[in-house]
Design a binder for this molecule. Structure first.
Ligand code: G6P
Ligand code: ZN
Length: 543
């Protein structure tokens, strides 16, 4: 094998965010940009020589080209074996599963998750560690440092490999195994979830729609739902992964999955609706006539997970990100298990999972997962729901209403102000932070501030402290507003405002969310002077 050492100079913007390096495709297509970043990762990984590396992506535009580059660079950097999904495809949860199962040193996951794809869309590169989860900040900061001083990268002078066929090839001394992207994942699901029960449910006439939004979960959902579980052909729609996601915005929420919402709220609604995002780690659950908020979904899964074989012994604990509603906390209290509140970012769950402190975790941003891998897992959440539906033999909407009746309902909404200029967005947060000591006792829109803070997290496993993770304002009326800036955007800043109010009384569980939350919205807008500071009189997206 001829290894070429190519001289290069650093790019100043290769600092990974919440989920790896995410930029516009046009940025990634600059000469040497991808190579610099991958070399910086390989320089940071310890013990690469002879080790196994997993490579795969969500199939978005530019995936195929970066995969070939990554394979040749892995060979030049001394890896022993690369496992790559056929056609370069691996969903994020499947990548996590393959890394763990095959004892890989880690994996390169090529995705920008739920962000749009195509030549003008987004791309991303993320490194996952040997436990299958996203690299911690100590690692990503080391990558950034390396990328800021890089002088050369190494690449094997070899032809592209054929990714369309399953099998083994050599790239220099390194073995490349092109694997079925679904097989290992499906086998893991079969161990956790009662496939026979779900198959019987489908045989009894149960109908669902799974909208893959032309992203990565299409092949997974078809193989598992239609293939193994016998759901009728056509259950999975938009099942072909496309480089531009067929023009869809592959984010499973009521705004971007509007076709599914319309179907589930219409006269021909099937028994259950679900969707997943660009790289397959998010999920959306819709009961007939009722969107299930991710916060409620986590709480309901916590209540009933023991009905699935993988969780039959009960749960060690549960965790949610801070902006996620407190619905799961109440279930945890009833079950007598601990509930942890972490900052936004899946990596914060990894330590709790590794230490065995929790079994389930989830986030308001449509992520739910368990200790089976170290990423959130869209299709797994859907399968767990199906398992519960099959055992309880009750309609999904009834399960949700019974949950509210037993625990109370957390009305919940999120307002996103996208593509703000960075300086005024930072100024809004700074001003709000400075105001915190004066807020308790003040009234806004009829609500009284009871307490407020800037959320800081102390990891219970390693004691590390992560400050400034979002501003929380609690009102005496059992309502809450949370403000934070997104860590996953690719241009400008996105302000997220999370708004919720707890309603214990079952007679008030069928009100329109916007109506219940109107005072909380008004209070949040006043407290942060959102309109004044951003020049926006309404959010860009409300979910
Ligand atoms: C990714 C992370 C999640 C996080 C989400 C939203 O999907 O894995 O853990 O909740 O991004 O992050 P953001 O910073 O954009 O609100
Ligand atoms: Zn995702």
């Amino acid at each position: 094998m001829v290894t070429t050492r190519i001289p290069t100079t650093p790019f100043s913007d290769q600092r990974p965010g919440t989920s790896g390096l995410r930029k516009k495709v046009t940025v990634f297509r600059q000469p040497r940009y991808v190579e610099n970043f991958i070399q910086s990762i390989f320089d940071t990984v310890e013990g690469a020589a002879g080790a196994t590396l997993v490579i795969g992506g969500d199939g978005r535009f530019f995936n195929d080209s970066v995969i070939q580059t990554a394979i040749k660079m892995a060979a030049a950097n001394g890896f022993g074996r690369v496992l790559v999904g056929q056609k370069g495809l691996l969903s994020t949860p499947a990548a996590s599963c393959v890394i763990r199962k095959h004892k890989a040193i880690g994996g390169l996951v090529l995705s920008a998750s739920h962000n749009p794809g195509g030549p003008d869309g987004d791309f991303g590169i993320k490194f996952n560690m040997s436990h299958g989860g996203p690299a911690p900040e100590s690692f990503t900061e080391a990558v950034f440092k390396r990328a800021s001083a890089i002088t050369e990268y190494r690449i094997a002078d070899e032809p592209d490999i054929d990714l369309s066929r399953i099998g083994q090839v050599k790239v220099g001394d390194m073995t490349v195994e092109v694997i079925d992207p679904v097989a290992d994942y499906a086998e893991l699901m079969e161990r956790l979830i009662d496939f026979d029960k779900i198959a019987a449910l489908f045989r009894s006439g149960f109908r669902m729609r799974f909208d893959a939004l032309n992203a990565i979960t299409g092949p997974y959902a078809k193989a598992i739902l239609e293939g193994r579980l016998g759901a009728p052909a056509g259950t999975v729609v938009n099942g072909e992964p496309k480089p531009d996601f067929g023009g869809h915005h592959p984010d499973p929420n009521p705004v971007h999955a509007h076709d599914l919402m319309e179907l589930m709220h219409g006269p021909d609604a099937p028994d259950f609706g679900a969707a997943s995002d660009g790289d397959g780690d998010r999920n959306m659950i819709v009961a007939p006539g009722l969107f299930v908020t991710p916060s409620d979904s986590l709480a309901i899964l916590t209540s009933y997970a023991h009905l699935a074989p993988g969780y039959a012994k009960g749960l060690a604990g549960v965790a949610r990100s801070m902006p996620t509603s407190r619905a799961a906390d109440r279930v945890a209290a009833k079950l007598g298990i601990s509930c942890f509140e972490t900052p936004t970012g899946w990596k914060f769950f990894a330590n709790l999972l590794d230490a065995g402190l929790i079994t389930l975790c989830g986030e308001e941003s449509a992520g739910t997962g368990s200790n089976h891998i170290r990423e959130k897992d869209g299709l797994w959440a859907v399968l767990l729901w199906l398992n519960i539906l099959a055992v309880l033999e009750k309609p999904a909407d009834r399960i949700v209403r019974e949950h509210w009746a037993a625990f109370g309902r957390d009305y919940y909404t999120r307002h996103d102000y996208e593509e703000l200029e960075t300086a005024p967005a930072n100024a809004l947060m700074d001003t709000l932070r400075a105001k915190l000591p004066t807020l308790p006792g003040q009234r806004f829109a009829g609500l009284t501030v009871q307490a407020c803070d800037d959320f800081a997290y102390t990891d219970p496993v390693d004691g590390s402290v992560t400050p400034k993770q979002g501003i929380r304002i609690l009102f005496k009326e059992d309502a809450r507003a949370v403000f934070r800036l997104s860590g996953t955007g690719t241009s400008g800043a996105t302000l997220r405002v999370y708004l919720e109010r707890f309603e214990p009384s079952a007679s008030r569980h069928d009100l329109p969310t916007a109506e219940v939350l109107a005072p909380v919205v008004q209070a949040a807008n006043e407290i942060a002077d959102i309109a004044g500071r951003t020049g926006r009189d309404k959010p860009s997206v409300v979910t």
